[in-house]
Design a binder for this molecule. Sequence first.
Ligand code: HBI
Ligand code: FE
Length: 274
Amino acid sequence: MSVDEFIRTTGSALRGNYANARADFTVDQDLSTYTAEDQKLWRRLYERQFDLVRDYACEEYLEHLSELDMSQSIPDFAALSTRLRLATGWEIVAVPGLIPDLAFFSLLAARRFPTTVWLRKPEEFDYIVEPDIFHDCFGHVPLLFSQHYADYLQAYGVGALKAAKLGPEALVMIGRLFWFTVEFGLIRQGNGMRVFGAGIMSSSGEIVYSIDSPVPKRLPFDLERIMRTDYHIDRYQDPYFVIESFERLVADTAHDFTPVYTRLREMPTIAKAP
Ligand code: HBI
Ligand code: FE
């Protein structure tokens, strides 16, 4: 889909500025557009969430977060990319906000992580539905420095492009895989249940809820169950899925999903919690 067509069809719902977007939906990050208020809000968001991730995030995440220097100001994507290329061959590219599925998957398949440039407003401190720069940088970027996770995300992009060719049902199914791993995944580690999904990692409420609450189910990672499970986008998840390691996640999703889509199409969807 072209940028113009995207603006025309999703127009009023789009929050970012798409006017200068290139055909692949990337833009330049202009650090001078962030105000002193934005920087202050970033520091507040970072500080609150940093205290939480220490107790709830997986090891790999914490290792890489502490190596990055994001606590004092909104990160410069070019500087992050320089380090990331050396670590895992990924880079950070700026995007205006949500971009079409195909554009998103194409960037992932090329080891380019689309990162939103705008920051939420102070009144949205606790919660936003769309990804902003805090969600993308704090939630996603640290794990891109981890080799198996980085490989998983690229493979996901390749697989999702293939699903898009197979049709809308396959795309819904592989979209659920992204949701229940990259955004809301849990991982079992030596120190107990930990978070790796970026949607949880950047949320002050859900990071505690996902680990400590007795309410949600925490099911072992099961590709086919995930592909059949519907979800809410605007409330805490139930269920969560728990992986054993990033290596296992890569291995468990390395096969061709084409026959899986065909089989699952005939099976009922597992409804989201009411
Ligand atoms: N665009 N910027 C951005 N960030 C996302 O996480 C994103 C997107 N476009 C599409 C999309 N996600 C979904 O297709 C995935 O959640 C599967
Ligand atoms: Fe995200």
